[in-house]
Design a protein around this ligand. Structure first.
Ligand SMILES: [Zn+2]
Length: 297
């Protein structure tokens, strides 16, 4: 952490994430169309060898061919360029312990009307096109969860996470993302929420709060099985990392997306699984960009 602080000073950066989303704010421009919207995520996920170095949490790699997250909303800020096609790369979780300010700051990074939710998931989609990387190097989809319902009322999220924790194959499209509503989201220009806090990010925050069970939530805090399996040198391994506190909006425009009938967008094309050996070059390209994006921007 120390070396990053020397290189990057987030207080000089004016488009930082997370932020608070005020759903009652009537001043947000509302967008009712996203012509280029395409959401094709992985047919398999894997967390092997992609542990995050800083906070002992895991990144889950999205594995598949022809994956795409495409949106026209990059044109809100850069109307002169084509809608950007991002390549889904990984997802991870934030379940902060509110160490900075106490119990009320537990959980998610983004807040909704001033309140944290229990858990936040980030799906990171990379822009592999060098011509537009200075505009948006990645698009991140933020999804929040709240624990509450009884353990016997499993939601799609409970089922998907259970598979993840038990090393069972998860079809990310069908088991998870198809249940999301991309027609309702808040889009803004923001940053990574971990060092080096790089700013050219297109944030897509989804305000729908997904219900999970208390049991599912407990897995993210470092459960016994995870500890036993992954514990090295006594460190506490968690499925969810820390949470950064919301930052000033500094006059940034937040776009409210409100589109009917986009509950399941563009799932007709099956994403196929490939191994690292079968497509070494794309895999290397993604890893290189992730490395750059996490250390040098
Ligand atoms: Zn994150």
């Amino acid at each position: 952490m120390k070396e990053f602080t020397a290189l990057y000073n987030p207080s000089d950066m004016k488009r930082q994430s997370p932020i608070n989303i005020n759903t009652h704010d009537k001043s947000f421009p509302t967008v009712t169309q996203d012509e280029a919207l395409t959401t094709k995520f992985a047919s398999k996920v894997s967390y092997k060898n992609v542990r995050r170095p800083n906070d002992h949490a895991f990144d889950y790699e999205l594995v598949g061919k022809d994956m795409e997250f495409k949106t026209s909303l990059s044109q809100w800020w850069f109307p002169e360029i084509d809608p950007i096609s991002f390549t889904p790369a990984q997802f991870h979780f934030h379940k902060g312990r509110g160490a900075a300010k106490g119990e009320n700051d537990n959980g998610s990074e983004h807040t909704v009307n001033g309140h944290h939710l229990d858990l936040e998931m980030h799906i990171v989609n990379l822009n592999l096109n060098k011509d537009t990387q200075d505009k948006f190097i990645a698009a991140v989809i933020g999804i929040v969860f709240q624990a509450g319902h009884e353990d016997n009322e499993e939601t799609f999220a409970d089922k998907s996470f259970k598979k993840l924790f038990h090393d069972e194959p998860v079809n990310f499209n069908e088991d998870f993302f198809q249940h999301m509503n991309m027609g309702e989201r808040y889009v803004y220009r923001g940053s990574l929420t971990t060092p080096p806090y790089s700013e050219p990010l297109l944030w897509n925050f989804m305000p729908e709060v997904i219900s999970i069970s208390q049991k599912t939530l407990s897995y993210f805090g470092g459960n016994e099985r995870v500890r036993k399996e992954f514990n090295d040198k006594g460190g506490q391994i968690q499925f969810g990392g820390a949470n950064r506190m919301p930052k000033a909006i500094n006059g940034r425009q937040i776009i409210k997306v409100d589109i009917d009938d986009q509950t399941t967008a563009a799932f007709e094309n099956e994403v196929t699984y490939f191994t690292q050996e079968q497509d070494e070059s794309l895999y290397t390209q993604k890893l290189d960009l992730l490395k750059t994006y996490l250390t040098q921007m």
